[in-house]
Design a protein around this ligand. Structure first.
Ligand code: ADP
Length: 636
């Protein structure tokens, strides 16, 4: 008998505030898929068994070493109770308090946010993904008891009891075997779950691949084979899907799966899935990695953060390598040479697989790209090692595609006319904005394809890729572009009037004097067709869109980077400014006009920070144009 066991009465404890909120929602909302509590409790039991299996390998002294590693579900149809017993790792008193009464993880908060955002009950099904699955038992139970004893040989047995409303009680309990036994006393409106048949169906639906026998009232009900070690010709699509749902705690179908084995440079079996949906797109924050690491079917690390790069965190599945030492500690995984090898092999293979899908099943690839492209883009930026492997997988709209249709860099290169030696791109918030801006004028006229980038990250991605198929990637808002001529250009009628070289040199010098430090230079443009002027970036490292991103980060800062102003020597506005200047017209008004041309060009580049000065000047110019007597400007 354990001397520290003598606790006279059960001790009352309060749940931590966030746990109370989760419980309140779980208890009082109406959910359609209440049966998921079975999956959550089985998954906890299986985790505890995985841990003890691992512990047995590395630690000689554990309590009750002879207990069978299985999950027993006992249903008392008359008493309306369900009991789930595992001989897993168990919990100490401290662990019980921490794990079942407080927030051991940030998951609770995230889950609450997700529940608040989702208007329907759908989000409740995500409960397991947020690390608060245990509480789902209160969807069906009026009382939950947990009897548990940790695997440490001298651990004290604990009885935890709660009705879910604010408090739980703890007391010491002797004579418990290692592991945990969870008993649910069902609510009146949940008596339907006191049925072995119902629970069996649920187990087979959600927990069929749990790698330990699950027994219901003594009868084994699940398939325990490790599917990833089986021959892929013998596995049906349904089995793959079922396994995906199990391993990914998922409700969608997988977009595709990749099942392979490798012998050199390292032995491994891998079964990987790409999901159809991406919860990060719905603003749920960064997801945890989804691949579990096994060694000879023994779980080494769940949701492993070492086995794939972070940008592949959307991938779900299993990697099993018998070359890993079984007793490898979780702490040393990070800098293990074998793991690094494994990571390289699997990452390269996965990217190769995406490349094959792109070639053989474009429709699926396009879907994949739409939901998961953001991860590959992150890979380009974060991971120099795989940059050139990811580059062929990138997709963008372009000036020659339909809206919504995307092409790869290879497709761009394949249809480049002879004489073109660079890949052009331009970024902007939408197709319409890009096409109506000044940057596309020359490209559209010369029929040179330009990739359209709609996401702020895209510029950084292509800037990192730098070149593809030996062709440099160039932002179309750069100065000195020197575009190749096309036959069409020569056929277009020359504008009637253009500034002479002298006049345009004088005009440029004078404008630079007015604009001062705002621009590095004012130059005559050879690209502009219909617009009077445009901002071009003199700094190839920092184009306008990157400046926009930096500006939004450093709020209120003036635009960064070196910009020049290119003017259109055939545009009536510039012709007229030059003429009036020669004639010695109202200097202040001409200066206003120059400032205004510059600021309009900044707006076109998406770089204007404060529109107020522009608006005021607009009124001044309008007043002048209308011949209004009283100027709106004050005396400043
Ligand atoms: P999650 O399992 O996602 O971490 P839960 O709310 O389901 O979240 O469980 C919280 C924690 O309680 C688990 O992480 C685990 O440490 C502990 N736990 C739950 N069930 C068991 C069990 N049967 N055996 C041992 N520990 C358990």
């Amino acid at each position: 008998m354990n001397t520290q066991a003598n606790q006279p009465t059960p001790q009352k404890h309060s749940f931590q505030a966030e746990v109370k909120q989760v419980l309140d929602i779980v208890i009082h909302s109406l959910y359609t898929h209440k049966e998921i509590f079975v999956r959550e409790l089985i998954s906890n039991a299986a985790d505890a068994l995985e841990k003890i299996r691992h512990e047995k390998l590395v630690n000689k002294s554990i309590a009750d070493p002879g207990l069978a590693l299985e999950i027993d579900i006992d249903i008392d149809e008359d008493a309306k109770t369900i009991t789930i017993t595992d001989a897993g790792i168990g919990m100490t008193e401290e662990e019980v308090k921490e794990n079942l009464g407080a927030i051991a993880h940030s998951g609770t908060k995230k889950y609450l946010e997700a529940l608040k955002e989702a208007s329907s009950g759908g989000a409740v099904e995500l409960i397991g993904q947020f690390g608060v699955g245990f509480y789902s038992s209160f969807m069906v139970a009026k009382t939950v008891t947990v009897e548990t004893r940790s695997f440490h040989p001298d651990a004290q047995g604990i009885l935890w009891t709660s009705e879910g409303e604010g408090e739980y009680t703890l007391e010491h309990k002797d004579d418990l075997k290692r592991g945990s036994k969870i008993t649910l006393s069902l609510r009146d409106d949940a008596h339907e779950y006191a049925s072995a048949d119902t629970i069996k169906k649920t187990v087979q639906k959600y927990s069929n691949f749990v790698p330990f026998p699950i027994k219901i009232n003594g009868e084994a009900v699940n398939t325990i084979q490790a599917i990833w070690t089986r021959n892929k010709n013998e596995i049906t699509d349904e089995e793959y899907t079922e396994f995906y749902k199990f391993i990914g705690n998922a409700h969608d179908e997988p977009a595709f799966h990749l099942h392979f084995s490798v012998d050199v440079p390292i032995m491994l079996n891998a079964l990987l899935f790409a999901p159809k949906t991406n919860i990060e797109q719905f603003g749920f924050g960064k997801m945890d990695p989804g691949v579990n690491l096994y060694c000879r079917k023994v779980l080494i690390q769940q949701h492993s953060d070492v086995i794939l790069p972070e940008w592949l965190r959307f991938v779900k599945g299993v990697i099993d390598s018998e070359d890993l030492p079984l007793n490898i500690s979780r702490e040393t995984l990070q800098d293990n040479a074998l793991i690094r090898k494994l990571r390289k092999v699997v990452t390269s293979r996965f990217l190769k697989f995406l490349g094959e899908t792109y070639k053989t099943d474009r429709k699926s690839y396009n879907e994949f790209w739409k939901t998961h492209g953001m991860f590959l883009k992150q890979g380009v930026i974060d991971d120099f090692d795989y940059r050139s492997d990811i580059a062929p997988l990138l997709m963008f709209e372009s000036s020659l595609t339909e809206s919504g249709e995307q092409i790869s860099l290879q497709e761009y290169v394949d249809r480049m006319p002879t004489g073109q030696d660079r890949i052009f791109y331009i970024s902007g918030p939408s197709r319409d904005t890009i096409q109506s801006g000044p940057y596309m004028e020359a490209f559209l006229k010369k029929n040179i394809e330009v990739l359209y980038l709609y996401e702020p990250i895209d510029d950084f991605v292509l800037n990192a890729v730098r070149e593809f198929d030996k062709k440099q990637l160039v932002s179309a808002d750069q100065g000195d572009l020197d575009l190749p001529d096309s036959p069409e250009t020569d056929e277009t009628p020359k504008p009637e009037e253009t500034l002479s070289k002298d006049d345009s040199d004088i005009l440029c010098g004078w404008m630079k004097g007015i604009l001062g430090e705002k621009v590095t230079a004012v130059r005559k443009s050879s690209r502009l067709v219909g617009s009077p002027a445009m901002i071009v970036c003199s700094d190839s490292q920092m184009n306008a869109s990157m400046q926009r991103v930096m500006q939004s980060i450093n709020k209120g800062m003036p635009s960064m980077g070196a910009n020049s102003l290119e003017i259109n020597p055939t545009h009536p506005i510039l012709l007229q400014v030059s003429k009036l200047k020669h004639e010695g017209a109202d200097e202040d008004f001409l200066k206003s006009a120059v400032e205004h041309i510059y600021e309009n060009a900044m707006v076109d580049a998406g770089l204007i920070a404060d529109p107020r000065i522009m608006v005021k000047r607009n009124y001044d110019i309008l007043a002048k144009a209308l011949g209004a007597k009283k100027e709106t400007s004050s005396d400043d």
